[in-house]
Design a protein around this ligand. Structure first.
Ligand SMILES: NC(=O)c1ccc[n+]([C@@H]2O[C@H](COP(=O)([O-])OP(=O)(O)OC[C@H]3O[C@@H](n4cnc5c(N)ncnc54)[C@H](OP(=O)(O)O)[C@@H]3O)[C@@H](O)[C@H]2O)c1
Length: 259
């Protein structure tokens, strides 16, 4: 089929967007980009003061601080978001943790916490938002995963697995919900210079600034993409490598990562 996979967003003016994971990095830059474009945005994360800092310059920005890993906190956060904006058109799930870990140094507490926040919390959000959007007959769900979902990579034994789960989840959400009139987006960033990647002690190919990442995400919404991957060159190369037969892919990845 030719044509966009989601209806292109042509006008942000007055769109109600709930951004979860928006106190820093990509989420904060996305909030500011959408607010500048005329959207109403509720920013969520744990740190109230940092969220206030993001929202403070804008009349149509609201703050709802909550811990997304606490599943019991979601219903109230959703209610407060609805109370602040009247309704929600698009939700972006971006809260995550990153525990770079080799396979021989696994810590089960980190595994549990990563899956709780990066995956289970999103199921919780989806379980609240999908019935709401279906009742309204429209709405968009955007899941921020990562290009580390494409293939096994060094130190990604936890993080990459959580993001691979999201890649699969988003495909099913799209498959089932697009025919019912909802939009579903899978956002797969490469390396972006944020507090999350500040811990990396290796060269990050294609490293982007958060506002460039935000621009790429907004452009994806506006084109009506399903998967929004960036930066084009690095993300495209990793995608291509992921299609190689195992016997070629693993040696190539060892060569590239020097590990
Ligand atoms: N940076 C990259 O290179 C890169 C690459 C691929 C994918 N991503 C993905 O992009 C998304 C944003 O990451 P980022 O790089 O912008 O990192 P970041 O600056 O560390 O942002 C993470 C956000 O998640 C929030 N958060 C963390 N734990 C939370 C919790 N329990 N409840 C609610 N919010 C929580 C943080 O705020 P609080 O601490 O205030 O709660 C923060 O706003 C993540 O899903 C990440 O996996 C990033």
């Amino acid at each position: 089929m030719i044509g966009p996979l989601n209806p292109p967003v042509t006008n942000w003016h007055g769109k109600r967007v709930w951004l979860i994971g928006a106190s820093s990095g990509i989420g904060a830059a996305l909030a500011q980009t959408l607010l500048e474009a005329g959207a109403w945005v509720t920013v969520s994360a744990r740190r109230q003061e940092t969220l206030q800092h993001v929202a403070q310059p804008y009349a149509h920005a609201h703050v709802v601080a909550f811990d997304a890993a606490d599943l019991n906190a979601w219903p109230e956060a959703f209610e407060r978001t609805l109370a602040a904006m009247g309704h929600v058109d698009l939700v972006v799930f971006g809260a995550a943790r990153y525990d770079p870990t080799h396979s021989w140094e696994l810590n089960l507490d980190q595994v549990q916490k990563s899956f709780d926040l990066n995956v289970v919390a999103i199921y919780k959000g989806v379980s609240l938002l999908v019935p709401y959007f279906l009742k309204r007959g429209e709405g968009g769900l955007a899941v921020i995963a990562s290009i580390s979902a494409y293939t096994g990579l060094p130190k990604a034994v936890i993080y990459g697995a959580t993001k691979a789960a999201l890649n699969n989840m988003a495909q099913t959400l799209y498959f089932e919900l697009e025919p019912k009139g909802l939009s579903v987006y899978l956002i797969n960033p490469g390396f972006v210079e944020t507090p999350m990647t500040a811990v990396n002690d290796f060269a990050m190919p294609g490293l982007m600034k958060p506002f460039d990442a935000a621009k790429a995400i907004v452009a994806g919404f506006e084109r009506g993409d399903f998967e929004v991957r960036f930066p084009r060159g690095f993300a495209g190369s990793l995608r291509w490598i992921s299609f190689l037969a195992d016997r070629f892919r693993f040696p190539l990845l060892h060569k590239i990562t020097k590990l």
